[in-house]
Design a protein around this ligand. Structure first.
Ligand code: TRP
Length: 333
């Protein structure tokens, strides 16, 4: 039997290059080797969007189109919507009985995000607790492997702790999952900040048009010590070179430009032009594929309904074992 993968995204907008290298490319690579489930985590998106839920519907569709245009095959991968699987909320609640608030406050992923959002003492229960909900996402699907970006590692670690605790308390029912980090665990932002992220406003989206890509690349942060054409650069710390090394399939050009930057022969403008061409070459087939789906939201909703039904069946099976192990399966058939 194939081992199982579960992974997910919050539907807070279109997906970007950071999503692609962190997790999406792994999902595409592994879709035939594993039984793969992808969860569109709309409840998790509500932790920061409870006051503007009206965008979720469209964003769920956008994210699904991004999956398909990158090569996720809906015939082999099951794509589900989190809020349409109520069993997830049930398991979250059971997990929250034995997960301490202290362990949630310590989680580096949510801690960093809470600081970025300046929640302070006004942090919401749902936000603080979303690692518990994510643990339920992973556990309910009995997943062995979770392809995620590096920033998610502490959440997967907490999932492992929660699963261990559950199994110690009630018997070995749940699978302790492992994280799988892609070749590039974290992608630097176009502004040079450590991480590409929608909320930091430093992303190139998979569906950006070629002119938008050109504009964003032109404005990219480069080595601040390289001001004039003749100045020697530090390509290994420069986002333009970092992106070229990942997305330009012409290794020769990448090496040549790196050398030319190091010796000061190449200016950043030329380098950026080459990157824009390479990125557009990489994105063009994704954009082309996306066009097929843009006019037919019914096709997308049909995939989501079918996937969610299958996901819910799987969740239901796990919950039977969970309730039985917890001895709370009373009065059920
Ligand atoms: N926290 C993930 C993110 O922000 C999304 C997510 C929700 C997820 N549930 C998951 C990822 C389960 C992996 C497994 O990108």
């Amino acid at each position: 039997m194939k081992k199982r993968i579960l992974t997910g995204d919050r539907p807070t907008g279109k997906l970007h290059l950071g999503h692609f290298v962190g997790s999406l490319s792994e999902r595409v690579k592994l879709q035939h080797k594993y039984e793969e489930f992808i969860l569109i985590a709309d409840i998790q998106a509500l932790t920061t969007n409870f006051n503007n839920p009206e965008n979720l519907r469209q964003d769920i569709i956008e994210v699904t189109m991004d999956y398909l245009s990158c090569g996720i095959d809906p015939e082999v991968v099951t794509i589900c919507v989190q809020s349409m699987i109520p069993e997830l909320s049930e398991l979250t609640m059971y997990f929250s009985m034995f997960t301490t608030v202290a362990s949630l406050r310590r989680n580096p992923t949510t801690k960093a995000e809470a600081e970025e959002k300046r929640y302070g003492q006004n942090i919401m229960h749902g936000f603080l607790g979303y690692p518990v909900s994510q643990a339920a996402d992973i556990a309910i699907f009995r997943a062995h492997l979770v392809p995620v970006g590096e920033d998610q590692l502490p959440i997967i670690e907490q999932t492992r702790e929660i699963v261990r605790k559950f199994n110690n308390l009630y018997g070995s029912v749940l699978i302790e999952p492992k994280a799988l980090i892609g070749e590039v665990g974290r992608l630097i932002g176009i502004d040079g900040q450590t991480k590409m992220s929608k909320s930091l406003g430093n992303a190139i989206y998979l569906s950006d048009s070629s002119s938008v890509v050109e504009r964003k690349v032109r404005g990219m942060f480069t080595d601040p010590t390289k001001i004039h054409l003749g100045d020697k650069g530090h390509p290994d710390n420069c986002p333009v070179h970092i992106y070229a090394a990942i997305f330009n399939d012409d290794r020769g050009v990448v090496e040549e430009t790196r050398e030319a930057c190091l010796t000061g022969k190449l200016g950043c403008v030329t380098c950026k032009k080459k990157l824009a061409v390479a990125l557009n070459k990489f994105l063009e087939p994704i954009r082309e594929e996306r066009k097929k789906y843009e006019g037919c939201p019914e096709f997308i909703t049909e995939i989501l309904l079918r996937g969610t039904k299958k996901g819910r069946d799987e969740a239901g099976k796990t919950m039977k074992h969970v309730r039985k192990a917890m001895k709370i399966d009373y009065f059920r058939q």
